[in-house]
Design a protein around this ligand. Sequence first.
Ligand SMILES: Nc1ncnc2c1ncn2[C@@H]1O[C@H](COP(=O)(O)OP(=O)(O)O)[C@@H](O)[C@H]1O
Ligand SMILES: [Mg+2]
Length: 213
Amino acid sequence: MDGKFISFEGPDGAGKTSVIRQIQEELEQQLGEEELMYIREPGGSRISEEIRQLLFDNKNTDMDPRTEALLFAASRRQLVVSEIIPGLKAGKVILCDRYIDSSIAYQGAGRGLGEREIWTINQFAIDGLMPDLTIYLDIESELGLTRIAKHRSNQVNRLDREKLAFHQTVRQSYLRLQQRYPERIKLIDASQPLPAVINDVKATIHDRFSELF
Ligand SMILES: Nc1ncnc2c1ncn2[C@@H]1O[C@H](COP(=O)(O)OP(=O)(O)O)[C@@H](O)[C@H]1O
Ligand SMILES: [Mg+2]
């Protein structure tokens, strides 16, 4: 397959959406709109969007965590088959906002389902289709939460304490993944101002794919 598969990882507030938007815009100018594909998980294909609705439906608050993990994996499977593989065959650059590492960090570590178990069900789902490059936007959990909550106050309040512990667990899992797969996963310091983060991301993409940027 001729395409390039780049995933973006990191906690909420790290800046994934902001970074991808800019990268997408610049690559569109460089390559043309047709050569790019943007995907946001879960969802991105008709069936995956229906699974997304199940996952986020307020009446499903009693959903079992393993059911949830399997639905994320199922949604990813459908996305791989209906969007990612055809896109790669067509030679496209695919920018994916979250992929398998999110499941490992959030469900495996954060929800405590086990990183190995989540890795296993997701390998079944993706059948070996790993990203060529993963941009991991690393940020200290307190700063990440502050960014999300910045309309409320500039401090993480007491009600956020539980969230903070969860985010720290997720971050430790991401850091372990990065140490385990340093060739695929590149760590970017996401605490920098956005233009500096974007510059680092572009340089990292260029290191891997010299024809981009
Ligand atoms: N490097 C940065 N410095 C300061 N604020 C940022 C930075 N990157 C993103 N933000 C802000 O943080 C919030 C979350 O950014 P977003 O791109 O949505 O992150 P994510 O998609 O990872 O959750 C937004 O309000 C965004 O404007
Ligand atoms: Mg986002």
